[in-house]
Ligand binder design. Structure first.
Ligand SMILES: [Zn+2]
Length: 155
C-alpha cells in the first residue's frame, strides 16, 4: 500500500506561455484556466485596462467622436458633469459598449454637438440648467458604472 501524498492528475491542461495582446510579451498565465471565457489575454491587469481604453479610443476615432475625457478637458469641468449632461439628454452622445471594461459604457460626442453645447453653455442661456441634475435619477442611471456619488451639485 502506498502512503504519502498522492500525485493528482491535473484536471486542466497546464498554462501555456502566450503573448500579451497589448505589449506582445510572452507570459505564463498563473493558473490553468478552467473557464474558456476567462482565458487570460494580457500579461497584467494594467495591460488589460489599457487595451480596453485604447479600444474605446479606436472606436471613437473611427466614428470621429470626442470622448468624455476630451470634453472634460475642453469644457474645463469634471467627468460627472459631462456624463450627467449626456444622460439627462442635454448633450447628444453615442453609447459605446465595452463589455468587461471598468466602464462598460462609454460615450462619444460629435464635434458639432460639442460645439453647440459649449456655445449654449458659454452664452449662459442654458448654463444654469446644464449644471443641475436630479440626484435620484443620476444614481439610478449610473448604477453599474461605479459612479454613485451625488453629494455634489455643480454650478
Ligand atoms: Zn502586456
Amino acid at each position: 500500500m502506498r502512503i504519502g501524498p498522492q500525485r493528482r492528475q491535473p484536471k486542466y491542461s497546464p498554462p501555456e506561455p502566450r503573448a500579451c495582446e497589448y505589449c506582445g510579451d510572452s507570459f505564463k498565465p498563473p493558473f490553468p484556466s478552467s473557464d474558456a471565457r476567462r482565458v487570460r489575454r494580457f500579461c497584467s491587469d494594467d495591460h488589460a485596462r489599457r487595451a480596453r481604453a485604447e479600444n474605446v479610443r479606436e472606436l471613437l476615432d473611427e466614428r470621429g467622436l470626442l470622448s468624455t475625457g476630451d470634453l472634460v478637458e475642453r469644457f474645463g469641468t469634471d467627468r460627472r458633469v459631462v456624463i450627467n449632461n449626456i444622460i439627462e439628454g442635454r448633450l447628444a452622445a453615442e453609447e459605446i459598449k465595452v463589455p468587461g471594461a471598468l466602464r462598460p459604457i462609454s460615450y462619444g460626442v460629435s464635434e458639432r454637438e460639442a460645439a453647440r453645447f459649449e456655445r449654449e453653455w458659454r452664452n449662459g442661456g442654458d448654463g444654469r440648467r446644464a449644471f443641475s441634475w436630479v440626484p435620484e435619477r443620476v444614481v439610478e442611471r449610473s448604477r453599474g458604472d461605479g459612479a454613485t456619488s451625488t453629494s455634489r451639485v455643480a454650478g
